[in-house]
Design a protein around this ligand. Structure first.
Ligand code: FAD
Length: 385
């Protein structure tokens, strides 16, 4: 029997990107997913490929990833509904424009293509926005993808390249050498898979998986709730991604602050609107709280009054993989040879999945990574890793 070189734990958008790029690099991959592909955050997420989230490392990851999505949309065996839509961030109060203007100028210095908009300019581009807002900005390079299709398409391409993609099988243990310095196998409910290398790409569950080898990986679930509407005409919202500029503040709010809510509207290719967003720390409780839905809808109606005539058809919740510094972990584990982490992307994992997969394929195969990875290392949290 032949064994894989690498076992990937988790079949979300990040794990499937790792499977795709490792397979492209000639590595024999076996991906193990406890449910269906994308059944974690990747199925629950929206569609925004956001190219302007700070700090600077996010800007690099997002830009590279957006370019990779462009390529992937041409070569993957399924349509991933990628399209360059641009996005508009809206500032609610006129007094908020000074500090948002500084953000936009800083982003322009980093070569993000964006443009500050007065209320009149905003209204000319997007008449659906409430007229009494302070202004906003247009980000022309932002794009959209269907995260579930991207997950499935990358897995499908990896499979065509020889990878084993195994769903509905749960990893229950990781085996190491007796001195605990090197991985040797993954234990699953269906049996043992010997291997030399393991990539933990289990999103919000990655901390639990790391515990199997007594490793501290500070990733916790940050719940997000979403409302989906019936399809609406394409001309109701000209720009397909509209969000409150305060959304970025809701991302940065800490663990103790209850529910953070911000308006975020995205129209997907088949016409439905996705309405977010919320952030809260409630463990793995996936129930949808009507009070959170109501708070989200209030914020969306504040910016997009035309929504009052639109019918909501579905709600759900998913778990963003949160790290305390809001940066992903794309890293080898120094203390255990053959163990790697690709997780912790919080609300930007759909955006950053392709570059994460590519970087993991580079470090697993001993090639120089396209981006410096020190700031994304696990050792930034854990001196003993
Ligand atoms: C409401 C919401 C909106 C979002 N919108 C956006 C957006 O517009 N743009 C953006 O870039 N990001 C967005 N995100 C964030 C994005 O969805 C996540 O960052 C991303 O999906 C994380 O992908 P992942 O593969 O790391 O994790 P997941 O998709 O959670 O995948 C991890 C997988 O590991 C599996 N797993 C866990 N334990 C085991 C085990 N023991 N054995 C085997 N498998 C296991 C799980 O079943 C799961 O499928 C949003 C998230 C939410 C919740």
């Amino acid at each position: 029997m032949s064994y894989p070189d690498v076992v990937i734990i988790g079949g979300g958008v990040v794990g499937c990107a790792c499977a795709y790029y490792l397979t492209q690099a000639g590595v024999r991959v076996h991906l193990v997913e406890k449910g269906a592909l994308g059944s974690g955050a990747s199925r629950a997420g929206m569609s925004h490929i956001v190219t302007w989230e700070e700090p600077e490392i996010h800007l690099h990851l997002a830009k590279e990833s957006r370019n990779l999505y462009q390529e992937l949309s041409q070569v993957l065996p399924m349509d991933i509904q990628y399209r360059q839509t641009g996005s508009i961030a809206i500032v609610e109060q006129p007094e908020g424009m000074a500090s948002f203007g500084e953000t936009v100028r800083r982003l322009q210095d980093w070569r993000v293509k964006c443009q500050l908009l007065s209320p009149a300019e905003l209204n000319a581009i997007e008449p659906s926005i409430a007229p009494d807002v302070g202004g906003g900005a247009y980000f022309e390079e932002d794009a959209q993808v269907n995260p579930l299709y991207a997950t499935q398409a990358m897995a499908c391409a990896a499979k065509e390249g020889g990878a084993v993609i195994e769903t509905f099988n749960e990893v229950v243990g990781i085996e190491c050498t007796p001195d605990h310095t090197r991985v040797t196998a993954v234990q699953t409910v269906r049996g043992r898979i010997p291997c030399e290398k393991i990539v933990i790409a289990a999103g919000a569950w990655s901390g639990q998986i790391a515990q199997m080898v007594n490793l501290e990986v500070p990733i916790s679930p940050r719940k997000g709730t979403l409302v989906v509407t019936a399809p609406v005409p394409e001309d109701l919202f000209h720009c397909k991604i509209l969000l409150a500029a305060g959304y970025m503040d809701s991302v940065r709010e800490g663990a103790s602050s209850g529910v953070a809510v911000a308006a975020n509207l995205q129209q997907v290719k088949n016409g439905n609107l996705l309405l977010g967003s919320s952030r809260q720390f409630v463990g793995f409780d996936a129930s949808v709280d009507p009070a959170v839905v109501s708070a989200m809808m209030k914020r969306n109606l504040r910016f997009f009054p035309g929504l009052a005539k639109v019918t909501a058809i579905r709600t759900w919740a998913g778990f963003r993989p949160y790290t305390p510094d809001l940066l992903p972990i794309i890293s080898a584990v120094d203390s255990i040879q053959g163990l790697y982490i690709a997780a912790g992307h919080e609300g930007i994992g759909i955006t950053e999945a392709p570059i994460t997969g590519k970087l993991i394929s580079q470090i697993v195969t001993g090639r120089a990574p396209d981006l410096p990875l020190g700031v994304l290392s696990l050792s930034r949290f854990n001196k003993t890793s």
